[in-house]
Design a binder for this molecule. Structure first.
Ligand code: ATP
Length: 237
């Protein structure tokens, strides 16, 4: 079933238009990778989907129209955005950061159950609960950022460059966990990633964005097999 539908999305900053009529669909519980060169508008697309910037066009999630709503409304509708650079609150502890992630929900026993659930995905966070987020390694901070997003029980998880600045081994582990979250919770995921190999390894479908337009769409297999993509983004052929 189609979950996320984006039609003719246009967005930018001030007078500078960055996205020019982007359209895509993502099936429920699928992982969709957004690839493309620097400056193509990948981050801008995620910002438009989470309401961080204003956009024109149509965005629906599970049939509900999300177009033009502010970020807090979209968070309540189940959209969670893990921005590039992670956006954790450095002076706060790991536990405080995780609890903040549940701000869109009521408090209650299920909050504690969710903390346990997140410790299950990221056991290292459980051993660091009272530590300031700023003292974590890059990989742990990315895990915390994703863990915090999961505390809102999202239906749509937007991940911006999760591998940024991380060692290959840490990145692989992180992607394995994202795949596990997607498999266990059926959370729809849109991941923007420079590392096309990794992203295509977990995604069912992918889109290539160039200067604010989608220039190629297909299954992860099709995109991987595409000669030009292989040359431009995968570094071979
Ligand atoms: P990268 O991988 O380098 O982050 P990207 O594909 O995510 O690239 P965006 O960050 O969306 O690209 O940037 C697209 C365009 O929008 C670029 O020309 C960039 O300079 C511009 N841009 C991004 N953020 C802002 C901003 N806050 N204000 C003005 N222009 C911006």
């Amino acid at each position: 079933m189609t979950h996320l539908v984006v039609k003719d999305l246009t967005a930018g900053y001030g007078d500078a238009r960055v996205l020019h009529g982007v359209g895509l669909t993502v099936g429920e519980g699928e992982i969709c990778a957004i690839l493309g060169p620097n400056g193509a508008g990948k981050t801008t697309l995620l910002r438009a989907l989470s309401g961080m910037i204003r956009a024109r066009g149509t965005v629906t999630l599970g049939g509900a129209d999300l177009t033009g709503h502010p970020p807090d409304t979209l968070a309540r509708q189940g959209v969670a955005h893990v921005p590039e650079g992670r956006g954790t609150f450095m002076p706060l502890t790991v536990e405080e950061n995780l609890r903040l992630g549940a701000y869109v929900r009521r408090r209650g026993p299920e909050l504690e159950a969710d903390l346990d659930r997140i410790h299950g995905y990221f056991p290292v966070l459980k051993t660091r609960l009272k530590q300031a987020a700023g003292s974590l390694s890059g990989g742990e901070q990315q895990m915390l950022a994703i863990g915090r997003a999961l505390m809102s029980r999202p239906r749509l998880l937007l991940l911006d460059e999760p591998s940024l600045g991380l060692a290959p081994l840490v990145t692989r582990e992180l992607f394995r966990i994202v795949q596990a979250i997607n498999a266990e919770e059926r959370t729809t995921v849109v991941v923007v990633e420079q590392n096309a190999h990794l992203a295509l390894g977990i995604a069912q479908q992918a889109h290539v964005l160039e200067t604010g337009r989608i220039v190629l769409s297909g299954t992860a297999e099709e995109i991987r097999a595409d000669e030009q993509v292989a040359q431009s983004y995968l570094g071979y052929r």
